[in-house]
Design a protein around this ligand. Structure first.
Ligand code: KG4
Ligand code: ZN
Length: 358
C-alpha cells in the first residue's frame, strides 16, 4: 500500500510518499522564506507561495521516489485546521490527482498528522497519551485509535510554539523563534528570573501561556529607556538567561499538567504504555529530556518523532493518510477544507466528509 501526502496548511509546502512497511519512498519540503520579514506567517503570501511551489514539490517528491504517480493507492492532503488559502491549494491538488488517477482522496486532519507521526519510527501502540505542541495548538490527548481521541486538556490562550515565537520576537531573534530560544537557553541561567506558571494549580489539564509571555515582556521593557520593547538593548548574557527561564517555566507547566494527565491515563487506560510528544515544539531537546524523565518516573515509554518530523512535513500527512486508508476511511470529492477542525471531532464513522467509511 502506497500513499501520497500533501501538506500546505501553514508555511511549509511539502509532499511525501510512504508505504505500509513504514518506508519513506520520496519526500520534498519547502519552508517558505517569504514570511521572515514580517515576524510571522502572512496568510495571503503563504497561499500564493503554496500555489507557486506545489507542482514543483510534487515533481521533486516523485523524482526521488522513482515510482510513477499511478503506483500510488491513495492521495491524502492536510485538509484543516490551518490557513484556509493554503489548505485549499493542497486539497484541490489532491482532489485533481484523485480524479486524474482514479484513486481515493483522503482528507487528513493536520493535527492527526502530528498525532500519528511518532508511529512511523517507533513501536507505539494505541492507546497512548499525547502532548501535541505546535505553533497553533497545545493539547493533551489520549489517542485511542486512528480518528479516535479523548482531549484531556488544551491551552486557553496561546499555543506553546506561539509563546516561543512571541518571546523570540521580543528578544529580536527572528521568526520562527523556537529553535533560536532553545539554542540561547543552553548557555543561560534558568534560575535567574522567576516567571509565573499560569493555571498550574487548577484541577484540570488545561494550560495557559499568555501571562508567561507578558511577564517576559515586562522584563524586556526594563531594558528599554522609553519602555518600548522595540528599543530594548539587552546584553547577550541576559538574553540567554531570559530564554532559559522562559523555556524552563513553559516546560515545567507542560510537565505538571501532563503529570495529572498521566494519572488519568493510567487509571482509565491501564493497557496504554506510551507517552508521546509531537508537533513543532516537540523538536525541543530540553522538553524531550524532561518528558523522558517524566515517562520513566511513571513507568511509561517515551516516544517522539525524529526531530525533522516534528515540524510540519509531508511524511506525517502521508502516514496519517495511510493509517486512515488502510482502515477504509476515505473522503468524498466534495469534502470542504476546514479552517477549524478539532481532533476530537474526527470520529471515523461520523456523518460527512473526513470521517466516511468507504
Ligand atoms: O508543527 P509546526 O511546524 O506548525 C504548526 O502546525 O503550528 O510548529 C511550528 C512551531 C513554531 O512555533 C516553532 O517556533 C516551534 O514549533 N518550534 C520550536 C522548536 N522548533 C520549532 N519550539 C521550541 N523549540 C524548538 N526547537
Ligand atoms: Zn503543524
Amino acid at each position: 500500500m502506497i500513499v501520497l501526502g500533501i501538506e500546505s496548511s501553514c508555511d511549509e509546502t511539502a509532499a511525501a510518499i510512504v508505504n505500509d512497511k513504514k518506508e519513506i519512498l520520496g519526500e520534498a519540503l519547502l519552508s517558505q522564506a517569504e514570511h521572515k520579514a514580517f515576524g510571522g506567517v502572512v496568510p495571503e503570501i503563504a497561499a500564493r507561495a503554496h500555489l507557486e511551489h506545489i507542482d514543483n514539490i510534487l515533481e521533486q517528491c516523485f523524482a526521488k521516489s522513482k515510482i510513477k504517480m499511478s503506483d500510488v493507492d491513495a492521495i491524502a492532503a492536510s485538509s484543516g485546521p490551518g490557513l484556509i488559502g493554503g489548505v485549499i491549494v493542497g486539497v484541490m491538488t489532491a482532489k485533481a490527482l484523485s480524479i486524474a488517477l482514479n484513486k481515493p482522496f483522503v482528507a487528513v486532519n493536520h493535527l492527526e498528522g502530528h498525532a500519528l507521526a511518532a508511529r512511523i519510527s517507533n513501536d507505539v501502540r494505541f492507546p497512548y497519551l499525547l502532548l501535541l505542541v505546535s505553533g497553533g495548538h497545545c493539547q493533551i490527548l489520549v489517542v485511542k485509535d486512528v480518528g479516535e481521541y479523548e482531549r484531556l486538556g488544551t491551552t486557553i490562550d496561546d499555543a506553546a510554539g506561539e509563546a516561543f515565537d512571541k518571546v523570540a520576537k521580543m528578544l529580536g531573534l527572528g521568526y520562527p523563534g523556537g529553535v533560536a530560544v532553545e539554542k540561547l537557553a543552553l548557555s543561560g541561567d534558568e534560575t535567574r528570573f522567576t516567571l509565573p506558571k499560569p493555571l498550574i494549580g487548577t484541577p484540570d489539564c488545561n494550560l495557559s501561556f499568555s501571562g508567561l509571555k507578558t511577564a517576559v515582556r515586562k522584563i524586556v521593557e526594563t531594558y528599554s529607556p522609553d519602555g518600548d520593547i522595540a528599543h530594548a538593548d539587552i546584553p547577550a548574557r541576559d538574553v540567554a538567561d531570559i530564554c532559559a527561564c522562559f523555556q524552563y517555566t513553559a516546560t515545567d507547566c507542560l510537565c505538571r499538567k501532563l503529570s495529572r494527565a498521566i494519572k488519568y491515563f493510567k487509571e482509565n487506560y491501564p493497557e496504554g504504555k506510551n507517552l508521546v510528544v509531537s508537533g513543532g515544539v516537540a523538536a525541543n531537546t530540553y522538553l524531550r529530556t524532561k518528558l523522558q524523565k517524566l515517562a520513566d518516573e511513571n513507568g511509561l515509554i517515551f516516544a517522539a518523532p525524529p526531530i525533522r518530523f516534528c515540524t510540519d512535513n509531508g511524511v506525517m500527512v502521508a502516514w496519517a493518510g495511510l493509517e486512515r486508508f488502510r482502515k477504509g476511511y476515505t473522503s468524498p470529492l466534495d469534502f470542504k477544507p476546514r479552517p477549524r477542525w478539532p481532533l476530537d471531532a474526527n470520529a471515523p464513522k461520523a456523518a460527512g466528509a473526513g470521517g466516511v467509511k468507504a
